[in-house]
Write a protein that binds this ligand. Structure first.
Ligand code: ZN
Ligand code: ZN
Length: 307
């Protein structure tokens, strides 16, 4: 939140979609997107992405209804796969209800609706539905789950950690990749993975660690999925992390409609903007664009078992 007046600010906040970038010569997936929060319909989003070499797309759920929608959308659209989970900010809202102490909706990340507390039994019920969805063939990841300490007080942390532990079990039970949302919670995310025993495939979505964290992930064989924020002027530590990440563990994503890459920050993000992020990553890694794209595509096929 900043100053709302002034021409420059207004220009940056325009909702006009950015123009299509130059197409990639080697196609890469968008490993994490939220099409249910984007304006055009799914067929248009998929076509616009494919036209610039971005395919397939992984549609990510953040609660029970959006996870059901992700699975149904993947079943209905070639070139779309699903990830299903309760977002770390969703778990405390299920247990304690909106407005409870320590339960804040992170409206910079996803928007929720007000609802009363369902208690710990409510969390069990929601996890049982995620478990059912995770078995579907069009679902290739359990996520986004993890920990988000950015706005969550002490009361919310217990619900987040219980939910995260539950999702780790679901991913292992169904042989799915675990897609992790980690915001200001690196140490506890790594600790809980160790305590529960990590699934064979772990992906840190919207990787937000530094070079040291990238090395810790690389030692454990965890994938690091980079989003548009790697292009931001302030993100040199993230570019250092990208440089440190082995090419065989790098993925790319939009987290659209959030995190629109430079030079279109503030405008709506969508999968067709992945080329900007891929090119920034290639520069940070000192790799040729096509070589990195080929590596990313192979990594995504391996991590999510894409056919
Ligand atoms: Zn996230
Ligand atoms: Zn997301």
């Amino acid at each position: 939140m900043g100053k709302r007046s002034g021409r420059a600010v207004r220009d940056r906040n325009t909702q006009e979609p950015p123009p299509a970038p130059e197409p990639l010569r080697v196609a890469v997936p968008d490993c994490h997107t939220h099409m249910d929060m984007q304006a055009p319909d799914v067929a248009e989003i998929v076509a616009a992405a494919a036209a610039v070499g971005v395919s397939p797309l992984i549609q990510v759920g953040v609660d029970v209804p959006s996870s059901q929608w992700a699975a149904a959308t993947a079943a209905a659209h070639p070139g779309v796969w699903a990830a299903v989970a309760l977002h770390p900010n969703e778990a405390p809202r299920i247990v304690h209800g909106d407005g409870a102490e320590g339960v804040e909706v992170d409206d910079t990340d996803w928007a929720g609706k007000a609802r009363p507390a369902a208690g710990w039994a409510g969390l069990d019920t929601a996890l049982a539905e995620i478990d059912r969805l995770a078995a579907l063939p069009e679902v290739r990841a359990v996520g986004e789950t993890g920990l988000d300490y950015f706005r969550t007080g002490a009361e919310g942390v217990a619900a987040q950690q219980a939910s995260f532990r539950g999702h780790i079990g679901i991913a292992k039970r169904h042989g799915r990749a675990l897609m992790i949302h980690d915001r200001d919670a690196h140490d506890d995310v790594l600790r809980l993975l160790e305590e529960e025993g990590a699934p064979d495939t772990v992906v840190f979505h919207c990787f937000s660690g530094d070079a040291a964290m990238a090395k810790l992930c690389a030692e454990r064989g965890y994938y690091m999925s980079f989003a548009g924020n790697v292009t931001f002027a302030s993100a040199q530590p993230l570019r250092d992390a990208a440089a440190a990440a082995p090419p065989e563990l790098v993925l790319v994503e939009t987290d659209a409609p959030f995190l629109t890459p430079k030079p279109y920050r503030g405008r709506p993000n969508a999968p067709y903007l992945v080329p900007h992020t891929l090119r920034a990553l290639a520069e940070a890694k000192g790799m040729a664009e096509d070589d990195l794209a080929a590596a990313v595509a192979a990594n995504a096929r391996r991590a999510f078992r894409l056919d």
